[in-house]
Design a protein around this ligand. Structure first.
Ligand code: RFL
Ligand code: PHB
Length: 409
């Protein structure tokens, strides 16, 4: 058995854990990351694609955006299709902010590349990860790697281990409210070896269901379509998926062009969760470990990196200046922003997805709501503010971080 000592143990090397550890190191705080999967798996895992301006600014401010700035796609807006019409919503014209397309696994690769390669501060393939001592002042994380049992003792633990991790489960149920909502929809997601369907994202609302034509690069498309949560995947052969996409995207005669090779297919249940509070004793929950959003509004990765940034600066305040306030206030600082993102994600999910029992009344009313957005008035401005995350950023205590960076510069 080996025992190590560090200042912060980070459980999970997804974007939240890697970014937290990066920021801590940049400000002289030591951390060790413990990750269940292999590096190859993390670098290949296809998930988010849309980054908000605030996220890109965080990455730029941390020196992590060179490749993003060269290869990321900048989108001034997106298409909204409904009732056989194609409308364009330009977030740049409405509120002056674009969005960016850059795959989550590319963010993960950039974060991993920015770490010293072999300083022993990141364990992949960790088995049987267990958290102990979070109510005392010497919490620890134990695991087995390459047959060896390792214990890392620390001052704090950051639970960045996603929805299925061990961190949230280590908090006594009586001390945690875990709010959950399962929407009656799933998404079928395809990664396709074909040029994007259009130059910008296409959100398409059809009485048959929602479809989204996104992308990862100029050569790779990302396509999603709504499926009823009760409709089993075996009912969705490829032929049906392509036909539905063609119809729902209002492609001429319902025939989908560019049916390139499917590189990957996933089924994503649309759900929301929030853990309240996002901390207990010496354990802090970050990103998907604390909250899941339905993917409709693309908030998960953006809110996760915001959590990491706020926690990083609270921990830096503790270690560098002996400040307890920002750490004690981490959960209260984050929850208003988390709920803001939940509210917008829920609203957009219900706006875009016709329920299985939707009537003609429901479709007409949905068209009226979509028309109001497409008209570009104050509703569209408020929508754009939420979509690009600007309104949430105002709630996110990020000005505190920038002040702190200024003080330390
Ligand atoms: P992650 O990425 O799940 O990373 C958690 C890490 O912890 C590891 N782990 C453990 N490690 C040690 N011990 C254990 N017991 C462990 N259990 C788990 C895991 O292996 C993993 O490496 O969480 P993190 O870092 O909080 O990041 C959150 C994002 O991954 C997530 O919110 C987004 O992918 C959500 N999301 C989107 N977010 C956006 O901001 N923009 C988007 O466009 C967007 N699109 C999406 C999405 C999520 C989707 N799916 C698949 C749910 C599209 C989809 C389809
Ligand atoms: C994606 O490309 O994965 C994506 C883009 C926009 C969304 C959701 C997901 O609203």
């Amino acid at each position: 058995m080996r025992t190590l000592r560090t200042q912060v143990v980070v459980v999970g090397a997804g974007p939240a854990g890697l970014y937290l550890s990066h920021e801590l190191r940049a400000h002289g705080v030591d951390s060790v990351i413990v990750e269940r999967c292999s590096r190859e798996h993390l670098e290949r895992r296809v998930r988010a694609g849309l980054l908000e301006e605030g996220t890109v600014q965080l990455l730029r401010g941390s020196g992590l955006a060179d490749r993003l700035d060269r290869q990321g796609l900048v989108h001034d807006g997106f298409q909204l299709r409904f009732e056989d019409t194609v409308q364009r919503i330009s977030t740049v014209s409405l509120i002056g902010e674009p969005t960016y397309i850059y795959g989550q696994q590319e963010v993960v690769k950039d974060l991993l590349a920015a770490r010293p390669s072999d300083d022993g501060s990141l364990y992949f393939d960790a088995l049987d990860v267990q958290i102990a001592g979070i109510t005392g002042d010497k919490p620890s994380v134990a695991f087995t790697v390459g047959g060896e049992h390792v214990v890392v003792e620390a001052d704090f633990i950051a639970g960045c281990d996603g929805y299925h991790g061990v961190s949230r489960a280590s908090i006594p149920t009586a001390s945690l409210a875990f709010h959950t909502r399962r929407y009656p929809f799933d998404w079928i997601g395809l990664l396709v070896n074909a040029a994007p369907f259009a130059s910008e994202l296409v959100y398409s609302v059809h009485p048959r269901g929602f479809a989204l034509a996104s992308m990862r690069t100029p050569e790779v498309s990302r396509l999603y379509l709504q499926a009823d949560a009760r409709d089993e995947q075996s009912n969705w052969p490829h032929e049906r998926i392509w036909d539905e996409l063609g119809q729902r995207l209002y492609v001429d005669e319902g025939r989908m062009r560019a049916r390139g090779a499917i590189l990957e297919q996933v089924r994503v249940p649309l759900r929301a969760t929030v853990a309240e509070p996002m901390q207990f004793g010496r354990l802090f929950l970050v990103g998907d470990a604390a909250h899941i959003f339905p993917p409709t509004a693309a908030k998960g990765l953006n809110v996760a990196l915001e959590d990491s940034s706020v926690l990083a600066h609270a921990l830096i305040g503790w270690f560098r200046r002996g400040e307890a306030g920002p750490l004690e206030g981490y959960s209260s600082a984050r929850l208003p922003a988390v709920w803001r993102a939940q509210d917008f994600s829920a609203w957009l999910t219900w706006l875009f997805h016709p329920a299985a029992d939707a009537t003609a009344f429901d479709h007409r009313r949905r068209t009226a709501s979509l028309t109001r957005l497409a008209e570009g008035g104050s509703s569209a401005v408020a929508f754009a503010d939420e979509y690009v995350g600007r309104s949430r950023r105002r709630l996110s205590s990020l000005s505190y971080i920038h002040e702190l960076d200024g003080m330390e510069a």
